[in-house]
Ligand binder design. Structure first.
Ligand code: NDP
Length: 307
Protein backbone atom coordinates (compact mmCIF):
# COMPACT_ATOMS: atom_id res chain seq x y z
CA UNK A 1 0.00 0.00 0.00
CA UNK A 2 1.46 3.35 -1.06
CA UNK A 3 0.72 6.51 0.89
CA UNK A 4 0.45 8.43 -2.36
CA UNK A 5 0.58 7.66 -6.05
CA UNK A 6 1.30 10.56 -8.37
CA UNK A 7 -0.28 9.89 -11.76
CA UNK A 8 1.79 11.77 -14.33
CA UNK A 9 5.52 12.23 -14.73
CA UNK A 10 5.78 15.88 -15.73
CA UNK A 11 6.92 18.93 -13.80
CA UNK A 12 3.92 18.95 -11.42
CA UNK A 13 4.21 15.22 -10.74
CA UNK A 14 7.94 15.24 -10.01
CA UNK A 15 7.64 18.31 -7.78
CA UNK A 16 4.78 16.70 -5.84
CA UNK A 17 6.86 13.55 -5.43
CA UNK A 18 9.89 15.45 -4.11
CA UNK A 19 7.73 17.01 -1.39
CA UNK A 20 5.87 13.75 -0.63
CA UNK A 21 9.01 11.67 -0.08
CA UNK A 22 10.49 14.38 2.10
CA UNK A 23 7.29 14.12 4.19
CA UNK A 24 8.34 10.44 4.49
CA UNK A 25 5.32 9.26 2.54
CA UNK A 26 5.71 6.05 0.53
CA UNK A 27 5.50 7.59 -2.94
CA UNK A 28 5.14 6.20 -6.45
CA UNK A 29 5.08 8.16 -9.71
CA UNK A 30 3.37 6.44 -12.64
CA UNK A 31 3.76 7.89 -16.12
CA UNK A 32 4.53 6.92 -19.67
CA UNK A 33 5.79 10.25 -20.88
CA UNK A 34 8.87 11.11 -18.84
CA UNK A 35 9.01 14.84 -18.26
CA UNK A 36 5.55 15.49 -19.73
CA UNK A 37 5.12 18.44 -22.07
CA UNK A 38 8.24 20.15 -20.70
CA UNK A 39 10.35 17.34 -22.11
CA UNK A 40 9.12 18.47 -25.53
CA UNK A 41 10.14 22.10 -24.99
CA UNK A 42 13.22 23.05 -26.91
CA UNK A 43 14.49 25.97 -24.87
CA UNK A 44 13.21 26.97 -21.45
CA UNK A 45 14.35 30.44 -20.45
CA UNK A 46 11.94 31.29 -17.66
CA UNK A 47 12.63 28.62 -15.06
CA UNK A 48 14.44 30.42 -12.23
CA UNK A 49 18.02 29.37 -11.72
CA UNK A 50 18.52 28.35 -15.34
CA UNK A 51 18.92 31.20 -17.82
CA UNK A 52 18.47 28.69 -20.61
CA UNK A 53 18.04 24.95 -20.42
CA UNK A 54 16.64 22.28 -22.75
CA UNK A 55 13.27 20.91 -21.58
CA UNK A 56 14.41 17.25 -21.49
CA UNK A 57 17.47 18.10 -19.41
CA UNK A 58 15.42 20.06 -16.88
CA UNK A 59 12.99 17.17 -16.53
CA UNK A 60 15.81 14.64 -16.08
CA UNK A 61 17.03 16.80 -13.20
CA UNK A 62 13.53 16.85 -11.64
CA UNK A 63 13.28 13.08 -11.97
CA UNK A 64 16.73 12.40 -10.51
CA UNK A 65 15.93 14.74 -7.61
CA UNK A 66 12.71 12.87 -6.81
CA UNK A 67 14.47 9.48 -7.03
CA UNK A 68 17.36 10.60 -4.84
CA UNK A 69 14.96 11.11 -1.93
CA UNK A 70 13.29 7.73 -2.46
CA UNK A 71 10.46 8.17 -4.97
CA UNK A 72 9.62 4.99 -6.84
CA UNK A 73 8.91 5.33 -10.56
CA UNK A 74 6.89 3.13 -12.88
CA UNK A 75 6.73 3.60 -16.66
CA UNK A 76 3.15 2.55 -17.22
CA UNK A 77 -0.32 3.94 -17.76
CA UNK A 78 -3.18 3.99 -15.27
CA UNK A 79 -6.22 2.62 -17.08
CA UNK A 80 -8.76 2.62 -14.25
CA UNK A 81 -9.15 4.03 -10.74
CA UNK A 82 -11.39 2.34 -8.20
CA UNK A 83 -12.18 3.97 -4.87
CA UNK A 84 -12.32 1.51 -1.98
CA UNK A 85 -14.25 2.34 1.19
CA UNK A 86 -13.36 3.80 3.58
CA UNK A 87 -10.28 5.50 2.13
CA UNK A 88 -8.01 3.86 -0.39
CA UNK A 89 -7.79 3.44 -4.14
CA UNK A 90 -6.91 0.60 -6.49
CA UNK A 91 -5.19 1.65 -9.69
CA UNK A 92 -5.26 -0.74 -12.65
CA UNK A 93 -2.22 -0.38 -14.89
CA UNK A 94 -1.87 -0.97 -18.62
CA UNK A 95 0.71 -3.73 -18.13
CA UNK A 96 -1.67 -5.64 -15.87
CA UNK A 97 -0.56 -4.70 -12.36
CA UNK A 98 -2.90 -3.45 -9.57
CA UNK A 99 -1.57 -0.78 -7.20
CA UNK A 100 -3.11 0.13 -3.83
CA UNK A 101 -2.73 3.62 -2.44
CA UNK A 102 -4.17 5.80 0.31
CA UNK A 103 -4.19 8.94 -1.85
CA UNK A 104 -3.68 10.16 -5.41
CA UNK A 105 -2.24 13.27 -6.98
CA UNK A 106 -3.51 13.70 -10.53
CA UNK A 107 -0.81 15.37 -12.60
CA UNK A 108 -1.54 14.01 -16.06
CA UNK A 109 -1.48 17.36 -17.83
CA UNK A 110 -2.80 17.86 -21.30
CA UNK A 111 -2.64 16.52 -24.83
CA UNK A 112 -2.08 18.39 -28.05
CA UNK A 113 -4.97 20.08 -29.82
CA UNK A 114 -5.54 19.26 -33.50
CA UNK A 115 -6.71 21.59 -36.28
CA UNK A 116 -9.39 19.27 -37.71
CA UNK A 117 -8.90 20.34 -41.31
CA UNK A 118 -8.93 18.13 -44.44
CA UNK A 119 -5.64 16.35 -45.08
CA UNK A 120 -4.42 16.69 -41.48
CA UNK A 121 -5.07 13.10 -40.39
CA UNK A 122 -3.96 11.60 -43.70
CA UNK A 123 -0.62 13.44 -43.68
CA UNK A 124 0.09 13.07 -39.96
CA UNK A 125 3.66 11.75 -39.83
CA UNK A 126 4.08 12.44 -43.55
CA UNK A 127 5.00 16.09 -43.24
CA UNK A 128 2.57 17.09 -40.51
CA UNK A 129 3.74 16.93 -36.91
CA UNK A 130 2.64 18.17 -33.50
CA UNK A 131 6.07 18.33 -31.88
CA UNK A 132 8.67 20.70 -33.22
CA UNK A 133 11.26 19.65 -30.69
CA UNK A 134 10.86 15.95 -31.49
CA UNK A 135 10.60 16.17 -35.29
CA UNK A 136 12.12 19.51 -36.30
CA UNK A 137 15.49 18.06 -37.19
CA UNK A 138 13.98 15.79 -39.86
CA UNK A 139 13.00 18.95 -41.76
CA UNK A 140 16.38 20.69 -41.76
CA UNK A 141 17.11 22.57 -45.00
CA UNK A 142 13.41 22.45 -45.95
CA UNK A 143 10.77 25.16 -46.06
CA UNK A 144 8.32 24.71 -43.20
CA UNK A 145 5.21 26.27 -41.66
CA UNK A 146 4.35 26.56 -37.99
CA UNK A 147 0.71 27.01 -37.01
CA UNK A 148 -0.16 28.81 -33.77
CA UNK A 149 0.48 32.03 -31.93
CA UNK A 150 1.51 30.99 -28.42
CA UNK A 151 4.86 30.19 -26.82
CA UNK A 152 4.98 26.71 -28.39
CA UNK A 153 4.60 28.12 -31.89
CA UNK A 154 7.04 30.96 -31.20
CA UNK A 155 9.81 28.81 -29.70
CA UNK A 156 9.20 26.16 -32.34
CA UNK A 157 9.55 28.70 -35.17
CA UNK A 158 12.76 30.08 -33.63
CA UNK A 159 14.28 26.62 -33.43
CA UNK A 160 13.26 25.81 -37.01
CA UNK A 161 14.68 29.12 -38.25
CA UNK A 162 18.12 27.87 -37.14
CA UNK A 163 17.97 24.81 -39.38
CA UNK A 164 15.54 25.70 -42.19
CA UNK A 165 15.91 28.29 -44.96
CA UNK A 166 12.36 29.64 -44.51
CA UNK A 167 9.70 29.40 -41.81
CA UNK A 168 6.12 30.62 -42.26
CA UNK A 169 4.35 31.30 -38.99
CA UNK A 170 0.58 31.16 -39.47
CA UNK A 171 -1.30 33.08 -36.79
CA UNK A 172 -5.09 32.93 -37.01
CA UNK A 173 -5.75 36.23 -35.21
CA UNK A 174 -4.22 39.67 -35.62
CA UNK A 175 -1.82 39.25 -32.70
CA UNK A 176 0.28 36.57 -31.06
CA UNK A 177 -0.16 35.61 -27.45
CA UNK A 178 3.44 34.40 -26.98
CA UNK A 179 5.70 36.13 -24.45
CA UNK A 180 6.83 39.51 -25.85
CA UNK A 181 10.49 38.45 -25.65
CA UNK A 182 9.79 35.56 -28.06
CA UNK A 183 7.86 37.86 -30.42
CA UNK A 184 10.81 40.24 -30.48
CA UNK A 185 13.19 37.38 -31.31
CA UNK A 186 10.87 36.21 -34.12
CA UNK A 187 10.88 39.66 -35.68
CA UNK A 188 14.68 39.76 -35.61
CA UNK A 189 14.88 36.68 -37.85
CA UNK A 190 15.02 37.32 -41.61
CA UNK A 191 13.84 33.84 -42.52
CA UNK A 192 10.63 33.88 -40.45
CA UNK A 193 7.56 35.31 -42.17
CA UNK A 194 4.63 35.88 -39.83
CA UNK A 195 1.25 35.76 -41.58
CA UNK A 196 -1.48 37.18 -39.36
CA UNK A 197 -5.18 36.50 -39.87
CA UNK A 198 -4.15 33.27 -41.55
CA UNK A 199 -5.56 29.81 -40.98
CA UNK A 200 -5.05 26.50 -42.76
CA UNK A 201 -7.95 25.45 -44.95
CA UNK A 202 -6.50 22.16 -46.18
CA UNK A 203 -3.27 20.20 -46.37
CA UNK A 204 -2.56 18.66 -49.78
CA UNK A 205 -0.27 15.83 -50.80
CA UNK A 206 -0.29 12.19 -51.81
CA UNK A 207 2.15 10.41 -49.55
CA UNK A 208 3.79 13.51 -48.22
CA UNK A 209 2.83 17.10 -47.58
CA UNK A 210 3.07 19.07 -50.83
CA UNK A 211 0.97 22.22 -50.37
CA UNK A 212 -0.78 24.13 -47.64
CA UNK A 213 -3.99 25.88 -48.68
CA UNK A 214 -4.82 28.94 -46.61
CA UNK A 215 -8.17 30.50 -45.74
CA UNK A 216 -7.43 33.46 -48.03
CA UNK A 217 -7.16 31.14 -51.02
CA UNK A 218 -3.36 31.39 -51.14
CA UNK A 219 -1.30 28.21 -51.59
CA UNK A 220 2.05 27.67 -49.88
CA UNK A 221 3.61 25.40 -52.49
CA UNK A 222 7.14 25.26 -51.14
CA UNK A 223 6.24 23.91 -47.67
CA UNK A 224 7.37 20.36 -46.89
CA UNK A 225 6.75 20.33 -43.16
CA UNK A 226 3.88 21.72 -41.06
CA UNK A 227 4.20 21.98 -37.29
CA UNK A 228 0.86 22.31 -35.51
CA UNK A 229 1.45 24.04 -32.19
CA UNK A 230 -2.00 25.26 -31.20
CA UNK A 231 -2.19 24.45 -27.52
CA UNK A 232 -3.48 21.63 -25.42
CA UNK A 233 -6.62 20.02 -24.04
CA UNK A 234 -6.82 18.44 -20.59
CA UNK A 235 -6.50 14.66 -20.14
CA UNK A 236 -9.50 14.10 -17.89
CA UNK A 237 -11.10 10.93 -19.32
CA UNK A 238 -9.47 8.66 -16.71
CA UNK A 239 -11.42 10.51 -14.01
CA UNK A 240 -14.79 10.69 -15.78
CA UNK A 241 -16.40 8.17 -13.41
CA UNK A 242 -15.64 10.47 -10.44
CA UNK A 243 -17.51 13.37 -12.04
CA UNK A 244 -14.89 15.89 -10.86
CA UNK A 245 -15.76 19.55 -11.24
CA UNK A 246 -14.46 21.09 -14.46
CA UNK A 247 -14.60 24.48 -16.14
CA UNK A 248 -16.10 25.04 -19.58
CA UNK A 249 -12.76 24.09 -21.23
CA UNK A 250 -12.54 20.81 -19.30
CA UNK A 251 -9.80 21.83 -16.83
CA UNK A 252 -10.29 20.59 -13.26
CA UNK A 253 -11.56 22.95 -10.59
CA UNK A 254 -9.66 22.32 -7.37
CA UNK A 255 -9.73 23.94 -3.95
CA UNK A 256 -6.92 26.15 -2.64
CA UNK A 257 -5.08 23.10 -1.33
CA UNK A 258 -5.39 21.34 -4.72
CA UNK A 259 -7.97 18.89 -3.34
CA UNK A 260 -10.89 17.66 -5.44
CA UNK A 261 -14.33 16.77 -4.12
CA UNK A 262 -13.19 13.12 -3.74
CA UNK A 263 -11.45 12.59 -0.38
CA UNK A 264 -7.82 11.56 -0.96
CA UNK A 265 -7.78 12.75 -4.58
CA UNK A 266 -5.76 15.86 -5.38
CA UNK A 267 -4.74 17.45 -8.70
CA UNK A 268 -1.86 19.67 -9.82
CA UNK A 269 -0.32 21.19 -12.93
CA UNK A 270 -1.73 21.83 -16.40
CA UNK A 271 -4.80 19.65 -15.85
CA UNK A 272 -6.19 22.19 -13.39
CA UNK A 273 -7.29 25.78 -13.89
CA UNK A 274 -5.49 26.82 -10.70
CA UNK A 275 -2.71 29.47 -10.70
CA UNK A 276 -4.89 31.82 -12.72
CA UNK A 277 -4.82 29.28 -15.57
CA UNK A 278 -1.17 30.21 -16.22
CA UNK A 279 0.31 26.90 -17.37
CA UNK A 280 4.01 27.15 -16.68
CA UNK A 281 6.68 24.92 -15.17
CA UNK A 282 6.93 27.31 -12.24
CA UNK A 283 3.19 27.19 -11.53
CA UNK A 284 3.05 23.41 -12.03
CA UNK A 285 5.69 22.85 -9.39
CA UNK A 286 3.93 25.29 -7.06
CA UNK A 287 0.71 23.33 -7.41
CA UNK A 288 2.55 20.01 -7.06
CA UNK A 289 4.13 21.09 -3.79
CA UNK A 290 0.84 22.45 -2.43
CA UNK A 291 -0.85 19.14 -3.32
CA UNK A 292 1.89 17.19 -1.51
CA UNK A 293 1.46 19.37 1.54
CA UNK A 294 -2.29 18.75 1.48
CA UNK A 295 -1.74 15.00 1.10
CA UNK A 296 0.51 15.08 4.16
CA UNK A 297 -2.21 16.87 6.15
CA UNK A 298 -4.91 14.51 4.82
CA UNK A 299 -2.97 11.36 5.77
CA UNK A 300 -1.42 12.47 9.06
CA UNK A 301 -3.99 14.92 10.37
CA UNK A 302 -1.07 17.27 11.04
CA UNK A 303 -0.58 20.64 9.42
CA UNK A 304 2.83 21.66 8.13
CA UNK A 305 2.62 25.36 7.42
CA UNK A 306 4.69 28.46 7.91
CA UNK A 307 3.62 31.08 10.43
P1 NDP B 1 -1.53 28.42 -26.04
O1 NDP B 1 -2.85 27.89 -25.62
O2 NDP B 1 -0.81 29.40 -25.20
O3 NDP B 1 -1.67 29.06 -27.50
C1 NDP B 1 -2.31 28.38 -28.52
C2 NDP B 1 -2.19 29.19 -29.80
O4 NDP B 1 -2.73 28.42 -30.87
C3 NDP B 1 -2.94 30.49 -29.75
O5 NDP B 1 -2.22 31.49 -30.42
C4 NDP B 1 -4.25 30.17 -30.48
O6 NDP B 1 -4.78 31.26 -31.18
C5 NDP B 1 -3.75 29.17 -31.51
N1 NDP B 1 -4.83 28.27 -31.91
C6 NDP B 1 -5.66 27.53 -31.13
N2 NDP B 1 -6.51 26.82 -31.89
C7 NDP B 1 -6.21 27.12 -33.17
C8 NDP B 1 -6.73 26.70 -34.42
N3 NDP B 1 -7.73 25.81 -34.49
N4 NDP B 1 -6.18 27.22 -35.54
C9 NDP B 1 -5.16 28.10 -35.48
N5 NDP B 1 -4.61 28.55 -34.33
C10 NDP B 1 -5.13 28.05 -33.19
O7 NDP B 1 -0.64 27.09 -26.30
P2 NDP B 1 0.93 26.87 -26.30
O8 NDP B 1 1.10 25.45 -26.69
O9 NDP B 1 1.63 27.86 -27.12
O10 NDP B 1 1.38 27.06 -24.79
C11 NDP B 1 0.76 26.30 -23.74
C12 NDP B 1 1.40 26.71 -22.40
O11 NDP B 1 2.76 26.26 -22.34
C13 NDP B 1 1.44 28.22 -22.21
O12 NDP B 1 1.18 28.50 -20.87
C14 NDP B 1 2.87 28.58 -22.57
O13 NDP B 1 3.31 29.76 -21.89
C15 NDP B 1 3.65 27.36 -22.12
N6 NDP B 1 4.85 27.18 -22.96
C16 NDP B 1 6.04 27.74 -22.57
C17 NDP B 1 7.21 27.57 -23.34
C18 NDP B 1 8.50 28.17 -22.91
O14 NDP B 1 8.51 29.09 -22.12
N7 NDP B 1 9.62 27.69 -23.40
C19 NDP B 1 7.18 26.80 -24.58
C20 NDP B 1 5.88 26.30 -24.92
C21 NDP B 1 4.77 26.49 -24.14
P3 NDP B 1 -5.55 32.47 -30.42
O15 NDP B 1 -4.46 33.25 -29.75
O16 NDP B 1 -6.21 33.17 -31.55
O17 NDP B 1 -6.51 31.81 -29.48
Amino acid sequence: MYDVVVIGSGAAGYAAAIYCVRYKLKTLVIGNQEGGQTALAHDVENYPGFESIKGPELMQRFKAHAEKFGTEMKADEVTEIIRNEPNSFTLKLGLGEDIETRSIIIAVGTKRRVLNVPGEKELDGKGITYCTTCDGFFFRNKVVAVIGGGDSAATGALYLADICPKVYLLVRGDAMRAEPIWIQKLKERDNIEILYGTAVKEFHGENKLEKVELNNGKLLEDVEGAFIEIGYIPNTTLFDSFDLEKDSHGFLNVKEDQSTKVPGMFAAGDITNQSNHFHQIATAIGEGSVAANAVFTYLSGQEHKGA
